[in-house]
Design a protein. Structure first.
Lengths: 677, 470
């Protein structure tokens, strides 16, 4: 029933059976804790099926249930009576009937958390069934209920014990529904009303009056104005307030607050509030003395006076100023006023210059995270200041800082000994820089896409000394070949995600070595024309957790690769098959991957409308399918409607068929030409 | 001119008006002789052609018989009330109903009496200085009748009075009888009424004396006065009006002297009136906050306030909204106001209260613990209930079969949803089977995935936007 445990094929597989036998000998049915050590898949497929006792033990053990199909919900709940968490994110369509039938089973009464954020098809009746059958319900995620409105909200309000609730994107929701929730769920701690465009000040005011225990409130993209703003800020326990894109919040609203009116507030997100200026921001600082995090991204120009007002919030740790324009000395003021900063984001900011940035960095010695993505004017001077003063950095993101030289990039490796996350995409990084980085054994995420100067030698250093690496991005690193990848695969057993797109020299050897990385869940090998089904089949057999696969423009991959995937990769959720040599047979075989949600099937010469239709009908969990526009007329419309009725969204692509790929250097040059223009 | 006689008439008129509590209009009638619109009929020269009411004792007798009859009816009702009250088995509602009947009957009686007395007054006055009625002074009913259509009681009486007159002694006797009659009536009707009558007399006496020093004049009107439909009465014909302005307009019909701008203007505020104490009113209902005996007494400011307050708070709500048939009002104006908005009050609270404005509802919900906004029951249901039968009404489209497919679909056949999946099941059977283990039937795989598909009835067109895939 669980997502991971989806297929029956495997217990017939001889290897599987041996494993199952081996496992039955060890744990007794009572030994619940040891079960935690097992992966879900093993637990279900091998352990639970071994004997009745083990089956019962597994039934009692499982706390979280993630069904693949909504119609099996009652059976799932009956089997796992101790389950407290019900995750329906794999069921694109959950009809009211499924929710009401599941409510019949007595076992639902233990459920405390339900996630319906990715499901559709249910209405107020389904919500009513859910809330009436789960008296313990404390956590309910109903995000993306674009059709749900006041009636459903009134049903939600019956869950008196709710502590966490998300109603994001409930477009038909009005103050009436919110009022019901506010009155009904007085215990609410966290509430998201993001994109609830029908909600106005009246509803928010009532909410602030009735739900006094709220600690976290997200009212992004709503139309609230200064009328309800003071009421929100006076919530006694509010710690986190998210106001992204609230165009009704202006300087007036911010200035209307009294002094120290929200002593509990720790996180304030005002990003994309287009109608506020530095005056308003300066004014609100007096009201929020305990603030720890402030997000002013894409909000207003940063002036020195505004930054000086940050002195009123001495505990400020995180400051996000993405996309802001720095007025004269604004950045310098950060260095003098916000000495306690741990995290600073200046991504895509205008007006970040070497002198100001290096001044600021020399003051912020405690900085742990720095994001200077797309600060294109900074040079080696800034980087020297960063690396020399902020030696405790654990995260540095500087994508597209293309004026920093490769020599300066070596400084990162030399000085930042705690670095865990590094983004040097589109930089001048070379093997020497990688060699310097190799001393940083804590590195877990390394993004060095579009670094044309790096070669296998540099990667070898990384592979040898970064055993904790989980995520590596080598997008369009044209200088790489199999040897470098093999070094990574051997040296980084924790690898979860690798992007080798457009590394055109890569062959099956890389994939064979990567198949030893059993934790790999994301593999992107788009535009690697030398890869064949052989490599993919090794990945399929070795990396059982693979959930995201991009093999677009791997022209050699054919049905054989798909057959292997269908046999082994039962965690697969997302696949891009465009331009492959897959035919109807390969496509149809994919339909046995029951959790497959997202497919991109464009420009596949071997696919016929019939095969496509059959696949679409058989993949019951599909939520999004990208197809070439030409198929729109060839697939029977009622089939499309049928699939759409299950919760799938079609996207029709109309791109021309284009096989040839530019070499990486040409591509990079083109991308920089665009920048200059 | 016989001033003393005039004074007597004035007194009787004052009594009459006083009884009906129009304190506003007649502030100091007893002392102020020259109050234009009301004193002039009595002080006017007989040579002016005032139309005098012709008076017929037979008609008067008829009227009184009618009144007697009415009183008997009322008495009967009250007797039954007394009897059943003794048994303690009477229903509350029944009593209330009977009270209402009594109320209505008494009101009717009062109106009748006034009308009758009103027809008597001018003749009486007339006869006092003109021993015989002038032949040219025809019945005023001819003049007033048409214009008094608003007040049916008054009109019927005055029209009955077309016939000719009687001797003044009779009038006086009758008038006496009338006043006695009211008192007698009160005694006869029952203890309740007598008590009230007594209270009234007492209160009227007290009102002047019990004034809190230097603040205001406190008046308490009686229940009957409050419930009387009219407060302004024509001193000539007795016709009742709700507004003084309407009475003034009416007075024009009684002669040209009433047409002067001065007469038509609002009664001028006397200089002395300025020094007069502000009037405040007390509700006759004991234990009401508006009653002067209440410890947190809050006086009412005008007679209208008294009337509306008394009806709203202490009377049966007898006007039912013709639209919703649920809301009831005791003041007609409230009903009218409500009916204007009835059905448009779409903002409902769980307690059943409805509001015309959302902010009013939210203020209400904010104020009361446990109240929650209620959704109108006819709200359109959400998507799942409005599923369109998209699949079943689709015209079949031809599928290009020329692609060398190994699968044949029933797409171009008649039943679109009955997809020919059999062959499919067969060909996938090897690796797409249903697994059965233990008692638990775990069904996976595409074969099941298909059979578990929503059938034709549950297709809906879902909006394609905003749904993010993993």
């Amino acid at each position: 029933m669980a997502a991971a445990a989806s297929h029956q094929q495997q217990h017939r597989h001889p290897k599987r059976r041996r494993l199952a036998l081996a496992l039955t000998t060890s744990p007794t049915p009572d030994a619940a804790p040891p079960l935690d050590a097992l992966a879900d898949e093993l637990l279900f497929l091998s352990f639970a099926l071994a004997s009745r006792a083990c089956h019962a033990a597994e039934s009692r053990h499982r706390r979280a249930v993630r069904p693949l199909r909504a119609d099996l919900l009652p059976a799932a709940l009956a089997r796992y009576p101790c389950a407290t968490r019900l995750d329906l994110s794999l069921c694109a369509r959950v009809p009211d009937a499924a929710l009401s039938s599941s409510s019949c089973s007595a076992s639902a009464s233990a459920i405390r958390a339900v996630d319906l954020s990715r499901s559709r098809g249910f209405g107020a009746a389904g919500v009513a069934a859910l809330t009436s059958s789960c008296p313990e319900l404390a956590d309910l995620d109903l995000s993306n209920g674009v059709d749900l409105g006041d009636a459903a909200a009134a049903e939600v309000a019956r869950a008196k014990g709710l502590r966490r609730l998300s109603l994001a994107r409930w477009k038909p929701l009005t103050d009436m529904g919110l009022g019901c929730v506010a009155v009904g769920c007085a215990e609410l701690r966290q509430l998201s009303l993001k994109w609830c465009l029908g909600v106005t000040d009246l509803g928010i005011q009532l909410l602030a009056l009735k739900c006094r225990k709220l600690t976290s409130l997200d009212i992004s993209y709503t139309m609230i104005t200064k009328d309800s703003f003071p009421a929100i800020m006076k919530l006694p326990n509010l710690q986190e307030l998210t106001l992204v894109g609230c165009i009704g919040i202006d300087d007036d609203a911010l200035c209307s607050l009294e002094k120290e009116c929200s002593k509990s507030l720790q996180v304030l997100d005002l990003s994309q509030c287009q109608n506020i200026t530095d005056v308003g921001v300066s004014s609100i600082m007096k009201s929020v003395p305990s603030l720890l995090e402030l997000d002013l991204s894409f909000c207003c120009p940063v002036t020195p006076s505004m930054v000086r007002s940050f002195q009123k919030i001495p505990k400020l740790r995180t400051l996000k100023l993405e996309g802001c324009k720095f007025m004269a000395d604004g950045l310098k003021a950060i260095g003098t006023s916000c000495v306690s900063l741990r995290e600073l984001s200046l991504s895509k900011c205008c007006g970040v210059t070497d002198t100001e940035l290096s001044f600021t960095m020399s003051r912020l010695k405690n900085l742990l995270k720095l994001d200077i993505t797309c600060c294109r004017n900074i040079t080696d001077v800034s980087l020297e200041a960063i690396t020399s003063s902020c030696t405790s950095l654990i995260s540095l993101r500087m994508e597209s800082c293309s004026r920093v030289s490769s020599n300066a990039l070596q400084l990162i490796g030399k000085h930042c000994s705690h670095l865990e996350e590094l983004d040097l995409t589109d930089s001048d990084l070379d093997d020497e820089g990688l060699k310097a980085l190799a001393r940083r054994s804590k590195l877990s995420s390394l993004k060095i896409g579009i670094c044309l100067k790096i070669s296998d030698e540099g990667l070898t250093h990384i592979g040898r000394s970064c055993p904790k690496l989980r995520d590596i991005d080598l997008y369009r690193c044209g200088g790489l070949s199999d040897d470098g990848i093999i070094q990574i695969a051997q040296g980084c057993p924790m690898l979860e995600s690798i992007n080798l797109s457009y590394c055109t020299e890569i062959t099956d050897r890389s994939l064979i070595s990567l198949s030893k990385c059993t934790k790999l869940n994301t593999l992107e090998i788009r535009g690697c024309p030398m890869i064949t089904s052989t490599g993919l089949s090794e990945i399929a057999m070795g990396c059982r957790l693979l959930s995201k696969l991009d093999i677009k423009k791997c022209f050699e991959i054919n049905d054989v690769g798909m057959l292997y995937l269908s046999q082994f990769s039962h965690s697969l959720r997302q696949i891009n098959l465009s331009y492959c040599s897959v035919t109807d047979i390969g496509l149809l075989s994919l339909s046995s991957i029951s959790g497959l949600q997202n497919m991109t099937i464009v420009h596949l010469a071997g696919i016929t409308p019939n095969g496509l239709t059959a696949t679409l009908m058989l993949c019951g969990c599909l939520t999004k399918v990208k197809l070439h526009e030409a198929f729109k007329s060839m697939v029977p419309p009622h089939m499309i409607k049928n699939v759409e009725a299950r919760g799938c969204v079609f996207q029709w692509i109309d791109k021309p068929f284009k096989v040839e790929m530019e070499p990486c250097d040409v591509w990079k040059q083109q991308s920089q030409d665009v920048l200059v223009r | 001119m016989d001033l003393s006689q005039n004074h007597i008439h004035n007194q009787s008129a004052a009594n009459l008006y006083y009884q009906f509590g129009s304190d506003n209009s007649f502030p100091g009638l007893g002392t102020q002789q020259q109050f234009p619109p009301f004193t002039s009929p009595f002080g006017a020269s007989p040579s002016t052609n005032i139309p005098h009411m012709d008076w017929n004792p037979a008609t008067m007798l008829d009227n009184l018989t009618f009144i007697e009859e009415k009183i008997r009816q009322v008495k009967d009702v009250i007797h039954t009330m007394v009897d059943s009250g003794g048994q303690l088995s009477c229903h509350q509602g029944e009593i209330a109903q009977k009270k209402q009947v009594v109320n209505a009957d008494l009101t009717c009686l009062i109106v009748q009496l006034i009308s009758t007395a009103g027809s008597l007054l001018p003749s009486l006055k007339n006869s006092s200085f003109l021993r015989h009625p002038a032949a040219g002074h025809m019945d005023m009913a001819n003049h007033v009748g048409p214009s008094s259509g608003l007040v049916p009681n008054a009109m019927t009486v005055s029209e009955e009075n077309k016939e000719d007159m009687c001797s003044p002694e009779d009038y006086e006797e009758l008038f006496k009888g009338w006043t006695d009659g009211t008192i007698k009536e009160g005694i006869e009707i029952g203890n309740v009424l007598v008590e009230e009558q007594d209270m009234k007399d007492g209160d009227e006496g007290k009102d002047g004396e019990n004034l809190p020093p230097g603040s205001c004049e406190l008046l308490q009107l009686e229940k009957d006065e409050i419930l009387a439909p009219h407060t302004h009465f024509c001193s000539i014909c007795g016709k009742g009006f709700k507004r003084d302005a309407n009475l003034r307009m009416h007075m024009r019909g009684h002669g040209d002297e009433y047409k002067s701008p001065a007469a038509l203007a609002k009664p001028p505020r006397d200089a002395s009136a300025e020094h007069e104490l502000v009037k405040r009113y007390s509700c006759p209902f004991v234990s009401c906050k508006r009653n002067k005996l209440h410890k947190n007494f809050q006086p009412l400011k005008t007679i209208l306030c008294v009337k509306n307050h008394y009806k709203r708070s202490h009377c049966e709500k007898s006007y039912t909204c013709s639209r919703c048939h649920t809301k009831k009002f005791s003041v007609m104006a409230d009903l009218k106001t409500h009916e204007k908005h009835c059905g448009r009050d779409k903002w409902l609270c769980s307690c059943g209260t409805s509001f015309s404005r959302k902010d009013k509802l939210f203020a209400h919900v904010a104020l009361f613990q446990g109240h929650t906004p209620a959704l109108p029951s006819e709200e359109p249901k959400t998507c799942s209930d409005q599923i369109s039968h998209a699949g079943s009404h689709q015209e079949s489209t031809k599928v290009p079969n020329s692609m060398g497919s190994s699968f044949m679909w029933g797409a171009s056949s008649g039943d679109n949803n009955a997809l020919d999946i059999k062959g499919f099941d067969g060909c996938n059977d090897d690796f797409l089977s249903t697994a059965n283990f233990g008692s638990f039937n775990l069904s996976f795989g595409p074969a099941d995935g298909f059979t578990g598909e929503p059938s034709g009835g549950s297709f809906s067109m879902l909006p394609s936007e905003h749904f993010q895939s993993a």
